[in-house]
Write a protein that binds this ligand. Structure first.
Ligand SMILES: Cc1cc2nc3c(=O)[nH]c(=O)nc-3n(C[C@H](O)[C@H](O)[C@H](O)COP(=O)(O)O)c2cc1C
Length: 172
């Protein structure tokens, strides 16, 4: 076993990047689909696990988006986005929104919300956000959002851990 205080090698080669990814995967997260609209009012969305809380006053959250994502310009251009926090029964929806496609919203149950961003049905919770700040983050862009609307359904959340979708809420 490697002691935590041993010198830390820089992550340089492909093998180390694989270990970096796998190590990150040990941190179990929730799963969300973050949504907005393109400038020509088409719904835009993708699956994320980088969502986290930041601040209570003001109420801020963050997530990060790959600079390679075709959705990047929509999230940069719009004032608002919505974080649809997925429920345990929505693993297939998470997989669907993690694949690049022309119209991801076809055959999906959703509605336009009051901020002009898509709200997905049957989620665990929904947070409507106003874009607050954007930061450079290597090969991702970090989005900070100010939460301006909330809804919780009471459905248990979906968890992503070590590359697998799992059900939350088993107390230990
Ligand atoms: C569980 C899970 C979590 C993900 N988290 C992120 C994330 O936080 N940020 C990101 O840019 N992509 C993330 N992805 C990958 C995107 O969902 C995927 O690249 C998707 O195709 C992006 O949509 P787009 O091609 O329409 O931009 C994640 C995928 C999965 C399955």
């Amino acid at each position: 076993m490697t002691a935590l205080h041993e010198p830390i090698a820089p992550i340089v080669n492909e093998l180390d990047l694989k270990a970096f990814r796998e190590t990150l995967g040990c941190f179990a997260t929730g799963v969300a689909i973050v949504t907005t609209a393109s400038t020509d009012r088409r719904p835009v969305g993708l699956t994320i696990s980088s969502f986290n809380s930041v601040s209570m006053a003001p109420p801020l959250i963050l997530w990060s988006l790959s600079l390679d994502s075709p959705s990047l310009s929509a999230f940069r251009d719009q004032d608002c986005f919505t974080v649809n926090i997925l429920s345990a029964d929505q693993a297939d929806l998470a997989r669907h929104f993690a694949k690049p496609q022309d119209d991801k919203f076809e055959n999906v149950n959703w509605n336009w919300g009051p901020t002009g961003t898509p709200l997905l049905d049957e989620c665990s919770a929904v947070m409507q956000c106003r874009s607050y700040r954007r930061y450079e983050g290597g090969d991702h862009e970090i989005f900070l959002g100010e939460v301006i609307g909330l809804n919780m359904t009471g459905r248990p959340g979906l968890v992503f851990s070590r590359g697998k979708f799992c059900r939350a809420e088993q107390a230990v």
